[in-house]
Write a protein that binds this ligand. Structure first.
Ligand code: CA
Length: 219
C-alpha cells in the first residue's frame, strides 16, 4: 500500500492495459499501423485516449479542439466519445500524417465529427476567436510543438466555456522537467507547468499518466 503515486514497471503497466483498455477495432488498427512510423512516439498512449474519452463524456462535451493531430489516434478517441452531433476542430500542419488518419476515422463512422484544418494552429485558433467563438468549446487537447504550448493554452482558455477542460500532453516530458533544462522544449514545459500551478483562472491537476498530463478546468 502506498500514499504516493505508484511506480509502474512493465508487468504492472501490462496489467493496467489488460484490465482497462476498451478500444474500438479501428483504434487498435490505427495504433498498429502507427507503431511502425518513425515518429510513433508522438502518438498518445491508448490508456490516455481512453481517459480523454471518459473526460469528454463526463463533462458532456460537444464542441472540442485538438492541437496536434499526427496520425489521428487521439482525435479518433475523442470523436468516438462525442455525441452524434459533436464536433472536433483538429489542428495540424502535416497533411502527410493526418492523411493516415482519415480512412480510420471514416471506417469508425466519426469522420463527419472531425473538422481537420491544416494550418499553423495559432492562425486557426485566432480565426475562431475573431469569428466570435470565445466560450463556445468544452474540451481542448494540446499536443503539438512544446514552445507553442503557452500560446495555445491562452487561446484555448478563451475558447472554452466556464467548466471546460484543457488537457496538456507531455507535461512530464520523460522526466526531463524535473532536471535542469538542456533545451528549449524542456524549458517551455517547465515554464508552463510553473504557470499553471499558480494560475488562478483554473483548477489544476498534474497527472503522471502516460508522459504526464496537465489537466486544467476553467473557472
Ligand atoms: Ca504527445
Amino acid at each position: 500500500m502506498t500514499n504516493k503515486t505508484i511506480k509502474l514497471d512493465d508487468t504492472l503497466y501490462r496489467y493496467v492495459l489488460d484490465h482497462s483498455l476498451r478500444e474500438h477495432p479501428e483504434q487498435t488498427a490505427l495504433r498498429t499501423a502507427t507503431a511502425s512510423h518513425r515518429l510513433a512516439n508522438m502518438e498518445i498512449a491508448p490508456e490516455q485516449g481512453q481517459f480523454m474519452a471518459l473526460l469528454v463524456r463526463l463533462i458532456g462535451a460537444r464542441n472540442t479542439i485538438e492541437i496536434g493531430t499526427f496520425t489521428g489516434y487521439s482525435a479518433l478517441s475523442v470523436a468516438l466519445a462525442l455525441p452524434a452531433d459533436g464536433h472536433l476542430l483538429a489542428c495540424d500542419i502535416s497533411r502527410e500524417y493526418t492523411d493516415v488518419a482519415r480512412p480510420y476515422w471514416a471506417r469508425a463512422g466519426v469522420a463527419h465529427k472531425i473538422e481537420l484544418v491544416i494550418a499553423p494552429a495559432l492562425e486557426t485558433l485566432d480565426a475562431r476567436l475573431a469569428a466570435g467563438e470565445a466560450g463556445r468549446y468544452d474540451f481542448a487537447f494540446i499536443d503539438a510543438d512544446k514552445t507553442g504550448y503557452d500560446a495555445y493554452y491562452e487561446r484555448c482558455l478563451k475558447l472554452l466555456r466556464y467548466g471546460g477542460l484543457i488537457m496538456i500532453d507531455n507535461a512530464l516530458w520523460s522526466g526531463a522537467v524535473a532536471r535542469p533544462a538542456q533545451d528549449a522544449d524542456t524549458r517551455a514545459l517547465q515554464a508552463l507547468n510553473d504557470k499553471l500551478h499558480a494560475d488562478a483562472r483554473i483548477d489544476f491537476s498534474l497527472l503522471p499518466l502516460a508522459d504526464g498530463i496537465g489537466l486544467a478546468r476553467k473557472h
